[in-house]
Design a protein around this ligand. Structure first.
Ligand SMILES: C[S@@+](CC[C@H](N)C(=O)[O-])C[C@H]1O[C@@H](n2cnc3c(N)ncnc32)[C@H](O)[C@@H]1O
Length: 448
């Protein structure tokens, strides 16, 4: 039987080769017979923890290893990172167990020749871990962000430039933590209060979200399965994502385009808010992801959704121009606001990607714009915070589309949401400021 450490080693290798961590982990959890929930939790923690904290782990390891880490065999470095993560961040595992397990795994993997090095480096790290010279946030903020808070160099510089030292450090710290597990009560079938009650009755601890009207955060999961999954009583959806559909401001019976819709979290939310009386066209580039929209809609009891594959780089030729009341463009983006959920993006995303993503976002907006009727509203949303993908995309769009005007979202938002908007009336959520939610950005424009 594969141990959690061995499984984590395999998944980390797959991720280095380009796999998505969540998919590789889900498939391993399904395939392996890890019956003890503690083993499943350890596997998840090892994979997500090592990916999130790689910058921090490499800094600590480099202080304890005589060779530069770049010269180590990839498999040896992977084992060292796994060991270092347990030593530095998982206090309940004693150091001798970490050393034994890591060296045994190295042997099992045929890395007998590296066991001396692995043992030596981890032994030294265990001894010196409380005296490591972490760079100081006040005097060396960029090194602090890279080495203590585990950001790649370009992103450390980017955050400092955009947010300043203190806020950059708070954001980077928040992005290192596991994301909350948040649900949206499906108002087509239940209410938040009812769902909170049935969660409590089945041994789970949950609380209402501070901002999203139908949201609840699972604070402590009980051993039983969550009630109401098959019945479609809830959708797993971050609180920030739950703010987007209400901000579109749709009314029942309107025609809506959800231009980048899969897997359908916001499409199904739009249907629920309109009490199933809106007509929603849900498009996405990838046909297999379109299936997810249909499956979600069926489970949640949503009606009025037509989902199909389409490349929104081009205006859909099957929708009459000027015929839609509302458009949501929840655009593909750098995903830096959801690094907690997709930890491999931290190391995969490059600064130069931002330009290409902004070009794609601009193309999608330009293709959607002719479909809106005069007086209709277009909401643009991304789960990131970079200037390139937010203000700059919208400024370029408004310059080329003088028939659109930007709206101030504060005017129609509830009083309790006012702190979620910036001084230009755009939604700007950040995990360290707003009830732990993902970092999103959204703005609404109206066609004259
Ligand atoms: C941020 S996700 C959308 C999440 C979705 N709105 C939800 O709430 O579940 C962006 C989506 O855009 C899709 N996409 C990427 N390029 C696209 C294109 N050219 N046309 C249409 N969809 C595209 C991706 O497949 C992805 O599903």
């Amino acid at each position: 039987m594969t141990s959690p450490r061995h499984a984590a080693f395999d998944i980390l290798r797959q991720v280095e080769d380009g796999a998505f961590a969540d998919l590789a982990l889900d498939s391993a959890l399904r395939r392996l017979k890890l019956n003890d929930p503690r083993d499943r939790a350890l596997l998840t923690e090892l994979v997500y923890g090592v990916l999130r904290r790689r910058g921090r782990l490499d800094f600590a390891l480099s202080l304890c290893c005589r060779q530069p880490l770049a010269k180590l065999e990839p498999a040896v470095l992977r084992l060292l990172r796994l060991g270092a993560h347990q030593l530095l961040h998982l206090e309940r595992i004693p150091a001798h167990a970490v050393l034994n397990e890591t060296v045994n795994l190295a042997r099992h993997l045929g890395l007998e020749r590296a066991t001396g090095l692995i043992n030596g480096v981890l032994r030294r790290l265990a001894r010196e871990q409380h005296d490591l010279a972490w760079p100081d946030a006040a005097t060396a903020p960029r090194a602090h962000l890279e080495q203590a808070l585990s950001l790649p160099g370009w992103l450390a510089g980017y955050l400092l430039d955009q947010f300043g030292r203190e806020e950059a450090c708070r954001l980077a710290q928040a992005l290192l933590e596991p994301a909350p597990f948040t649900l949206r009560a499906n108002r087509l079938k239940t209410t938040r209060a009812e769902l909170l009650e049935s969660l409590a009755a089945t041994g789970h601890e949950a609380r209402a979200t501070r901002y999203a009207e139908d949201g609840l955060i699972l604070e402590k999961r009980g051993p039983a399965a969550l009630p109401g999954d098959a019945e479609g009583l809830y959708q797993v959806q971050d609180q920030a994502s739950q703010l987007i559909a209400p901000l579109l401001g749709a009314r029942a019976s309107e025609s809506i385009l959800d231009a980048c819709a899969a897997p359908g979290g916001k499409t199904t939310h739009l249907a629920a808010l309109a009490d199933n009386r809106a007509k929603i066209l849900a498009l996405d580039l990838h046909p297999q992801r379109v299936d997810l929209i249909n499956q979600g809609a069926a489970r949640l009891g949503c009606a009025g959704i037509q989902a199909r594959a389409w490349d929104m780089g081009h205006t859909p030729d099957f929708v009459p121009p000027g015929s839609l009341d509302r458009i949501l463009v929840d655009a593909p983006c750098s995903g830096l606001g959801v690094l907690r959920r997709n930890p491999e993006i931290r190391w995969r995303r490059q600064h130069q990607d931002l330009c290409a993503l902004a070009a794609l976002q601009s193309a999608i907006l330009a293709a959607a714009a002719p479909l809106l009727r005069p007086g209709g509203a277009l909401l643009y949303a991304v789960c990131t915070f970079t200037r390139e993908e937010t203000e700059e995309v919208i400024a370029a769009f408004l310059e080329k589309h003088p028939d659109f005007v930007r709206e101030d979202l504060r005017e129609q938002a509830p009083a309790s949401w006012q702190e979620l908007f910036d001084e230009h009336g755009a939604l700007r959520t950040l995990p360290h400021r707003h009830d732990g939610m993902d970092a999103f950005w959204a703005v609404r424009m109206r066609k004259r």
